[in-house]
Design a protein around this ligand. Sequence first.
Ligand code: GLU
Length: 506
Amino acid sequence: MNSTVRVRFAPSPTGPLHIGGLRTALYNYLFAKKKRGAFILRIEDTDQTRYVANAEKHIIDSLNWCNIPFDEGPGKNEKFGPYRQSERKEIYKKYAEILLESGWAYYAFDTSETLDLLRKEHEEKGKTFIYNWHNRTKKKLVNSLVLSKEELQKRIQNGDAFVIRFKSPQDEILEIEDEIRGKISIDTNTLDDKVLFKSDGMPTYHLANIVDDHLMEITHVIRGEEWLPSMALHKLLYQAFGWKAPKFAHLPLILKPIGKGKLSKRDGDQLGFPVFPLAYKNEETRDISRGYKEDGYFADGFINMLALLGWNPGTEQEIFSLEKLIQSFDLKRVSKSGAKFNPDKTKWFNQQYMQQKSNSELALLFTTILNNKKIFRDQIYVEKVISIIKKRAVFVSDFWELSNYFFETPSEFDEKAVSKNWKEETAELMIQLLDIISKIDNFSAINTENVIKEWITKHNIGLGSIMQPLRLSLVGALKGAHLFDIMEIIGKDETIKRIENATKNL
Ligand code: GLU
């Protein structure tokens, strides 16, 4: 086996990619990139009953949006392919046969009725039915361990439905090691003889997963903690085949915001946040689920937030570019306990990343929104506006609300503010102010502020009786950016036009 690190993300395409799955992909990606290894995508679609046609696309699009593309996978760099398990059926059959020959597996012909009955009988006695060394050759069970060679041949030739089960060893204590959880001991007597090959001719997850990890030369299996109970069987399968097992790391769950239980789509629906990176349309119900991308989140901030859900750098630092995440990531710093999801923190990250983005990048995004409103301004103007308002924005979609007065002359005025601030003498003062403004040549914020404030002081006018009406004239309400910044950006002509307009209408 070659020594380069090779990890895989192995989702089952049973629905859209949830942020829990995405975090598994992210940790695999970070681990691979840090070690200059390969990040592989394998689609585990052996369970045809749960297959959802557009899920694979959602998974791949999500990885791409997050900027964590796979190096090998369906349609890309297929040197260990195919990467969809449904296209590898023949391979698994061969390996199931190897286990049958070596005695690590056996045929079982039990009907679901027999198994249900046994389960019920056990339950009635307060016990759990486990198909393993306790009873595999007893009771009503029919398998190749109790049948004669001839009987077995006959059943197979007859086309009787069978599964192939793993023969779990008896009386062994398995000492296994998890990169995150440390040493774990498992008593093999508690394991059941898991089905490896189903009657529909398809392998189960366990067989396909081990065979593929081996053939694809996977060095580290990094996956969700729900697979921890399968680790013993997987180790035994490696032993049975005589293969070197990869290292295992089982990631903690992402928990609901209240801190208890696994984060689900319902939590997102109830509390108003997406649980998918990208929006997803359920082809059957036609329901559309929200996605972080469509809700206006930046992919880099989103990934930064996700990386810290279960991993910490050992310092207080929270802002990490993808590059920095790659440098800092270490499986040893992934926690054993679940990580509580915090939707407000996700917004906080977006706001932080907003401040880091260049005004020109944001201007491109905002221009699309403006164009949809039939507003066409040059990029430099839009950038100036953004430089003033972005501190207060969490999303690009907040820009319009924060900046509309930079693009439109107010057509309405806040009535309450007007009745309080637009007095008898205001119109006259505004006419004087217009005279001052029209004489200003250098319309920079600093200069207009100096000139206007000087004039106010000199005539002993009172700041409020000019500033509030001026703001009402320019914005239509008592809100918005620093007044003189507004004036500089909209320019002298527009400033004059707005003051005249207010004076006429109020
Ligand atoms: N197909 C499994 C899943 O969907 C993969 C588990 C593993 O990574 O081994 O979670």
